[in-house]
Design a binder for this molecule. Sequence first.
Ligand code: 5AD
Length: 349
Amino acid sequence: MKQWIDILRQSHQISDEELIQLLTCTDADSIDYLHRQAQEVALSHFGYNIYIRGLIEISNCCRNDCYYCGIRKSNTNVDRYRLSREQILECCAQGYKLGFRTFVMQGGEDRVQNADWLIATVKEIRSNYPDCAITLSLGEMPREVYQQLFEVGANRYLLRHETYDEKHYNQLHPKEMSFDHRIVSLRTLKEIGFQTGTGIMVGSPGQTIAHIIKDIRFMEELQPQMIGIGPFIPHKDTPFAQAQAGSVELTLRLISIFRLMFPSTLIPSTTALASLSKDGRERGILAGANVVMPNLSPVDQRKNYSLYNNKAALGAESAEGLKLLSLQLEKIGYHISYDRGDFRLHTTI
Ligand code: 5AD
């Protein structure tokens, strides 16, 4: 196993057979070795710096009905909200003061905060904060809209593909949603020039190791600049309420594999990981992650952006908790980097 891990580190390549072994291996020494190699690669590229991104959850209104997601349109138990442009700008102002230089606007696919509204909002953030990166995580949109958002100053876009197996995609999404459209959207974002992020939930209902291998092969082809992965966590008001949560261990293993395959990629230690395990965020970093995304949304709305149960939103998950985050990072030898942390192709190893 260690030999394959060494080869993966050197060549960034691994066969399906070896991936299966790595993903199912129960030998603690080998897994430790994998995490250590991935951590070393992350250190060689980023040092002990952890980039921070200020997450602004701009709306929990969504026209989609994804079976796993707590803010799906059929969930009538959600108090729906939309932040006004002023509120979003206020989040940016507070974030900027705290040292954030990336703002991530995330939200459901809302019809009210429509293309024109979003374009005007991005334009205003761009003119107020010329030195900041603007990341969007707002789902699928027509190419023209992506293009305009890019032109008015958005730099990055997060759109997880969720699964690269069409049948599995259809187990997670209603028939109005299209696997092909999701993949086309990702390719479009890359073509336009966005630093593009994709990813999956680990342990989503019906997911198999074979699916994960397809996800990895897709990412090799797409070459995303960012990879977001976290464990699936059931939400009580969804069709998957009774499903099992994904595995923290497998999530960590995948973070390490991605780090070895894509050394320069930006990989967050996600909120889902921190929500499922007390030291999940730290373990993600020690497995090769190099980004955290504290929450800049107004405190009184955070409970309403509940994609899954018991989502961490306070403490070190929050922007006010930067001190706490900083302490947690220090304990494992890392520190917050206030750099805007764009994707750069590093050539060193
Ligand atoms: N558990 C974990 N992650 C989830 N997401 C949505 N619902 C859940 C859930 N129940 C993730 C999806 C989406 C991202 C914004 O949040 O992968 O792309």
